[in-house]
Write a protein of this length. Structure first.
Length: 330
């Protein structure tokens, strides 16, 4: 659900990165790198990223160096978004599924209406705090069996890169934190701002598929066909109907084989992948052009303005005109 962008002159969105002993430096750094680069059209920072910990001072990492964190639990109480990275340490919540008293007290300071998100096994912290009960969530695929055992009330999906449940978000292994942060920027400030950050950091603005593609699988024969060329062709022809049978035919496969191979390579079904690409195209057109909504719908492959409105309402809880008004030229 896109947030309403702050009016000019409003303070940057405050993000508290809550770290613990054993924190993964990559996950801490990527939050500062991605969100810290977000700028408005006038060059003003859109986020203020602050690192905090239950007890200020030296914090061990899972590398051969510590970090010093000066901010304590009160930072969580002033944050608009709280981000919890993973921590690889004996007895950490990421292993036990239990919150120690200091971590629980820190999370209790989170103010009503703020977002909270996790990277990798940071999802164990959110689940232990009861924030994921009855919700869909993800974590690193290696930790999925333990997570299911510890938190049966959570609807775990270990195949995706991140899950957005509104005020609570979770993401998969370390690099998926980049996907999550770009998603937050896209949700708060539109695709153009997120795409600019992706260009600056030399990453894909939106990775295809989910983490299922990174789980160890039997190596296919060298002669096995792939769906890569079909995906490239489809992206160049999003404005036209793209039935599954035609995609399979272009890949010289049966529909059943193409669907199975597509899911294995990308992590989602062809129809879901196409819908996401069409939504991205529509968002880019709404943000970056004055093209009428009916033409946006046609160029993105939705056919009619009514169809575009329905899909935007389902995916983003907004309308084309409202989305354009919020993000045009930001």
């Amino acid at each position: 659900m896109p947030a309403t962008p702050p009016p000019p002159g409003r303070r940057p969105h405050r993000v508290a990165v809550l770290v613990r002993d054993g924190v993964v430096p990559l996950e801490l750094g990527l939050v500062h790198q991605v969100l810290g680069r977000a700028r408005s059209a006038t060059g003003d920072p859109l986020y203020r990223v602050l690192t905090c910990t239950p007890v200020p001072g030296p914090v061990r990492t899972d590398a051969d160096f510590p970090i010093v964190v000066e901010r304590g639990p009160d930072t969580v109480g002033t944050a608009d978004t709280v981000l919890v990275p993973a921590a690889h340490a004996p007895g950490a919540t990421d292993e036990t599924g239990r919150l120690d008293a200091r971590l629980a007290a820190t999370l209790a300071q989170r103010r009503a209406g703020s977002r909270i998100a996790s990277i990798c096994t940071g999802a164990f912290v959110l689940a232990a705090a009861g924030l994921l009960d009855g919700r869909r969530a993800t974590t690193h695929w290696r930790s999925a069996p333990l997570f299911r055992t510890l938190f049966p009330a959570v609807r775990l999906d270990p195949d995706v890169l991140y899950v957005d449940e509104g005020e609570v978000l979770t993401s998969a292994g370390e690099a998926a934190g980049i996907d999550l942060c770009l998603h937050l920027v896209r949700r708060d400030h539109g695709a153009a701002v997120a795409n600019e950050i992706a260009r600056d950091t030399v990453v894909a603005p939106h990775r295809e598929g989910g983490q299922a593609q990174y789980i160890r699988q039997p190596v296919p024969a060298a002669t096995a066909a792939t769906t890569a060329a079909v995906r490239e062709w489809a992206l160049a022809h999003l404005d036209r109907p793209l039935p599954l049978a035609e995609l399979a035919r272009r890949g010289s496969m049966s529909v059943r084989t193409f669907t199975r191979r597509f899911r294995a390579e990308v992590g989602v079904a062809p129809g879901e992948w196409l819908l996401q690409r069409r939504l991205e195209r529509a968002r880019e057109l709404l943000e970056g052009t004055d093209v009428p909504v009916d033409r946006v719908a046609a160029q993105a492959g939705f056919g009619t303005a009514a169809s575009l409105r329905a899909h935007l309402a389902t995916a983003l809880h907004t309308s084309p005109s409202a989305y354009r008004a919020a993000f045009r030229g930001r």
